[in-house]
Unconditional design. Structure first.
Length: 284
């Protein structure tokens, strides 16, 4: 009986051993296959690196390959050296801590734009004072030109803030004394509006000149900032052009007075794209 059990155990063991060996052989082949694929991939990467085909970083530069890894303490050395040299409260672009890819030409163009807006602020303020006189009494025109003056003052401050943000230095230029009398044969209202249209087109041209400087400097952030201002300025040119056309039709007497009353009570609002409140809502 014992002999019979031993023989059966031997027979079962004999059948099991080949099965285990077979499974082990399959697993070994799978592991060997994965290792071979990984080795081939590594060899391919090394081959590409050997001929100079480094993988690029996320921003498209090829200065750092994945085989070497990104080394921030090495890459930052030029920036860190300029920061160490900067002196607090000392003049000169080399002493700015925030300045990065901001050219002297861009800084100069921004300063000229600041000066443009301050001069327009002065001119519109003079217009507002003229129409607020007791012997002129076109208070709607006075209100509108005060608003235009405030807008240009605000624009000048926005450009000053931009200059500081980019590490530039604001240099204020002279402000010329504007004309203080707008009496004219065509009517003071129309004459002042035609001057205003000229000022707004001038401001648009100045912004395009600044944009050209930033484009030449490949300064994407400054271009985006100027393009936003350009969109607003195009809108303002259209508004004033509408005003000129309307007052020309109305004439310099009762028509101008009526236009002034609409400016005074808000029926005509320079903040809107169209001069009256009767336009469809989709255009407002």
């Amino acid at each position: 009986m014992a002999t019979s059990l031993m023989n059966k155990s031997a027979m079962l063991a004999g059948r099991a051993i080949p099965s285990v060996v077979k499974q082990s052989s399959v697993a070994a082949r799978r592991v060997h296959g994965r290792t071979a694929i990984q080795a081939a991939s590594a060899t391919g990467l090394e081959a590409k690196t050997a001929v100079g085909e480094d993988l690029t970083t996320h921003n498209g530069t090829s200065s750092v390959s994945l085989s070497d890894g990104f080394k921030p303490f090495e890459e930052v050395k030029p920036e860190f050296a300029s920061i160490e040299r900067a002196a607090i409260s000392e003049p000169g672009i080399e002493n700015s801590l925030a300045r990065e890819h901001y050219t002297e030409d861009t800084e100069k163009a921004i300063n000229e734009q600041i000066n443009t807006h301050f001069n327009l602020f002065y001119a519109y303020n003079a217009m507002s004072s003229y129409f607020s006189r007791d012997n002129v009494a076109l208070l709607g025109f006075g209100k509108m030109f005060r608003r235009f003056a405030d807008q240009n003052y605000g624009h000048a401050l926005v450009f000053q803030d931009f200059q500081a943000k980019r590490g530039g230095r604001t240099t204020l230029g002279p402000i010329n004394a504007p004309n203080c009398d707008y009496g004219h044969d065509k009517g003071d209202g129309l004459y002042a509006l035609e001057l205003t249209l000229g000022f707004e087109k001038l401001s648009f041209r100045k912004l395009r000149e600044v944009h050209a400087v930033t484009e030449n400097a490949d300064d994407a952030q400054a271009q985006d900032f100027i393009e936003t201002r350009l969109t607003d300025q195009v809108q303002h040119v259209k508004i004033v052009a509408d005003y000129v056309a309307e007052v020309r039709r109305l004439g310099k007497g009762h028509g101008t007075w009526h236009f002034d009353r609409m400016l005074r009570d808000g029926s005509i609002d320079p903040a809107n794209a169209y001069t009256t409140n009767i336009a469809p809502l989709s255009y407002s």
